[in-house]
Design a protein around this ligand. Structure first.
Ligand code: 0FX
Length: 247
């Protein structure tokens, strides 16, 4: 069944910009349907922003989901930080673009955890069900993780892959004309608190260089200040990140 009233919710400026560019480049995608773009109400740089002919509206999904059910037949989450209520995902088709290779390292910052646990990294487009990054897979592809990668260099590759998958699948998603694949296992999931727990380095911890380098490159994502240790002289945090260069 072709969808005609599409809501795209995103809190990621690059993804939303590219999504709109894709619609501008392929006018057949918008023919016969309306698109509306929204973000988290407190997203200061996206809220109210005009991109091409679209204005990014503030939207509180938890509060306004009934209106979404009444007004739209397809919701696409393109890095939306709000969790979709079960009533929403069970009433209308909801699709998610995820910067990881489901079902591995579902949830927060997949490339950070792939660097640490060696699980596959990639990008996935999937139907949303009641669990996080869990529903039937529409398309996914692996992204190479190099020994010299930091979170930033891996993420750059993942984001390019997400956009490639979006380009390849958007027309099919809009017409509902696609096959799905069940994730082969439940996989694993990481939350924001798991990322936060990695940030403080214990100067007395004895680990191998391998582990230390992996921890530091997983936390190196400029301009963010992620990894730190406490300076015993001043009691203040000292931030650090690494750069790796292949021969
Ligand atoms: O939009 P996004 O790339 O993705 C995150 C989740 O990883 C994803 O699973 C979820 N579906 C989506 C709604 O939110 O996150 P971001 O734009 O906040 O950050 C991008 C990268 O930047 C992240 O992978 C790691 C890095 N980063 C970000 C922040 C805010 C840091 O290293 N430190 C930070 O403090």
């Amino acid at each position: 069944m072709p969808y005609t009233s599409v809501l795209v919710v995103s809190d990621n400026e690059t993804i939303v910009q590219r999504f709109i560019e894709l619609l501008d480049d392929q006018p057949e995608l918008i023919k016969g349907r309306t698109f509306r773009f929204a973000c988290y109400p407190k997203h200061d740089s996206l809220r109210g922003k005009k991109i091409s002919g679209y204005t990014i509206e503030p939207l509180d999904i938890k509060q306004d989901y009934q209106e979404l059910i009444d007004r739209h037949d397809l919701v696409i989450s393109a890095h939306c930080k709000q969790i979709f209520p079960e009533a929403l995902v069970s009433s209308i088709k909801c699709v998610n673009i995820h910067p990881g290779y489901n079902p591995y390292n579902r949830g927060w910052y997949p490339q950070v955890f792939s660097i640490l646990n060696g699980k596959p990294l990639g990008a996935t487009i999937h139907e949303i069900d009641a669990k996080l990054d869990h529903g039937k897979i529409i398309d996914r592809e692996l992204v190479e993780l190099k020994t010299s990668d930091t979170s930033l260099t891996a993420y750059t590759r993942v984001q390019a892959k997400e956009l490639e998958l979006l380009k390849r699948n958007l027309a099919r998603i809009l017409t509902g004309d696609y096959q799905t694949l069940e994730p082969e296992e439940e996989g694993n999931i990481n939350f924001k608190k798991d990322f936060e727990a990695l940030r403080e380095l214990d100067l007395a911890e004895e680990i191998t260089f391998q582990h230390a380098i992996d921890r530091l490159r997983a936390l190196s994502h400029p301009p963010f200040k992620n990894a730190y240790f406490i300076d015993t002289a001043t009691g203040k945090r000292i931030w650090l990140r690494v750069e790796l260069e292949e021969e």
